[in-house]
Design a protein around this ligand. Structure first.
Ligand code: SDX
Length: 435
């Protein structure tokens, strides 16, 4: 981090007259940060920023977002170029290592991931403890958290080699764990990963193949899934990534940290939105109902929100949403579903919302979740599995950010403070003296 020499921000406490200069730090691109680490010790003040709308929690070299311009860079590469020209394994390598792999590096990385894709056979028995109708995200939280019980040979977080093996294991085993959650819900036998298949092809094979016959994964759908994974891989310090970093700051093992990230992603305001978008579209039901729902989304007294719209950072079109819309059309064409009523409904909803004064004024645009559910549904993936697919992709970003946090000499255990609004000090009242 380049501390901009001499650049400072002066904070004056008008009630005490105390005045302190705080250093300004500049990054490669984006807003400068005011280093307030000594604010409390120098001014006896805390900052107040619930939701961290103006707070930088760390320095990072992984992902950069410009919300006003709708820009998303991974290690400097624009998301649209990666989605167009790269593949998920390359993007995973890029996020973990900082550079695109050469031919040998890519082959070695894919081999490492491929040969970690099986899970310990005992993990198989975990699933039997769940009801068949358990939400897949509940299963995912539990099974990923349990990995620490199986892979304790690679959780010394101070050893780079252990950290790398744990990262590879998490990326490699997530498709197997998620596909098995789906198979368990169906009551179908688990399919094992095939080392001859690519990452996305392998996942779709484990999801839809059965032992009874050969199953050929459509290359178009495998490519579409691979692109969707790229679009969901990482996104700066979002809620689930911040959860992983905070859990990791205590020294917790990587499997526990990723399980915590999965739990945070599950929320409908975050990764659970793709599932919520489909439920919303099905509730709206037809194009002539759209005005009623737009009205509800604008009504302060109605907690209905247009799911898949809005974003904490993007006040412009989410660049991922545009690529998702294009991918949605490609998948529906491949599946001969271009007349899919839900896609027509979604596109009309987007058209109407983007021309509505409320959405324009509040800069609410479709986000990455708006179209993903339509694609997943068309692929035959049940709504309850949508957020698990988000977690599948985001595992790469989570482990990359977790590793960066461990290696950052500035990092220490995360321990925010508060503005206390509770009762002042008072003495205990014995039971027989209470009113
Ligand atoms: C993801 O952080 C990330 O990077 C996340 C993510 C990633 O890749 O990790 O991009 C993935 O989580 C995408 C977001 C998915 N969530 C949804 O689609 C759920 C619907 N969206 C909203 O819940 C909301 O837009 C958030 C949670 C995404 C963002 O909320 P903020 O930044 O806290 O904004 P806000 O709630 O303060 O909204 C600002 C205003 C409010 O009105 P006022 O109080 O100022 O009058 O806009 C309104 C909100 O009421 N608003 C909406 C709305 N989103 C915001 N009104 C109607 N419909 C919406 N969707």
């Amino acid at each position: 981090m380049s501390a901009s020499t001499k650049e400072t921000v002066t904070v004056t406490n008008n009630s005490t007259g105390k005045q302190v200069d705080f250093p300004l730090h500049s990054g490669t691109i984006g807003p400068k940060v005011m280093d307030i680490r000594s604010l409390y010790s120098q001014m006896d003040l805390f900052t107040y920023d619930p939701g961290f709308t103006s707070t930088g929690s760390c320095k990072s070299t992984i992902t950069y977002i410009d919300g006003d311009e709708g820009v998303l860079l991974h290690r400097g590469y624009p998301i649209d170029q990666l989605a167009e020209h790269s593949d998920f394994m390359e993007v995973a390598y890029l996020l973990l290592k900082g550079e695109l792999p050469n031919v040998k590096e890519k082959a070695d990385f894919i081999k490492a991931i491929t040969y970690h894709s099986m899970v310990h056979e005992q993990i198989n028995f975990f699933y039997r403890g769940f009801r068949r109708d358990s939400h897949p995200m509940a299963v995912l939280c539990a099974v990923v958290g349990s990995m620490a019980a199986f892979y304790h040979d690679s959780i010394d977080i101070h050893l780079p080699k252990d950290r790398m093996i744990a990262q590879h294991r998490l990326i490699a085993k997530m498709p197997t764990i998620i596909a098995w959650a789906y198979k368990y819900a169906l009551g179908q036998p688990f399919m094992y990963p095939k080392n001859s298949m690519g990452y996305s092809e392998n996942f779709l094979h484990m999801m839809f193949a059965t032992p009874c016959e050969e199953y050929k994964v459509s290359p178009i759908l495998a490519k579409a899934m691979d692109r969707i994974l790229i679009l969901h891989a990482d996104h700066e310090q979002n809620a689930s990534t911040s959860t992983v970093r905070l859990a990791g700051s205590s020294g917790a093992n990587p499997f526990a940290c990723i399980a915590a990230g999965i739990a945070s992603l599950w929320g409908p305001a975050h990764g659970g939105a793709n599932e919520a978008v489909l439920a919303m579209l099905q509730e709206i039901g037809s194009i002539d109902h759209i005005p009623e729902y737009i009205k509800r989304a604008k009504d302060k007294d109605d907690n209905f929100r247009l799911m898949g719209f809005g974003h904490r950072v993007y006040k412009n079109y989410d660049p991922r949403a545009k690529i998702m819309q294009r991918t949605c059309k490609e998948v529906l064409d491949e599946l001969d579903m271009h007349d899919d009523p839900l896609l027509k409904l979604a596109m009309e909803l987007e058209r109407i919302a983007l021309s509505d004064e409320y959405f324009i004024e509040k800069k609410l645009y479709p986000n990455v979740d708006f179209y993903s559910g339509i694609i997943f549904r068309a692929m035959g993936i049940p709504t309850s599995m949508f957020t698990s697919l988000f977690a599948l992709a985001r595992t790469v970003g989570w482990v990359a950010q977790w590793n960066e946090m461990i290696e950052d000499t500035d990092q220490k255990i995360g321990r925010p403070r508060q503005l206390y609004m509770g009762a002042p000090k008072r003495d205990f009242v014995p039971l027989n003296k209470r009113p």
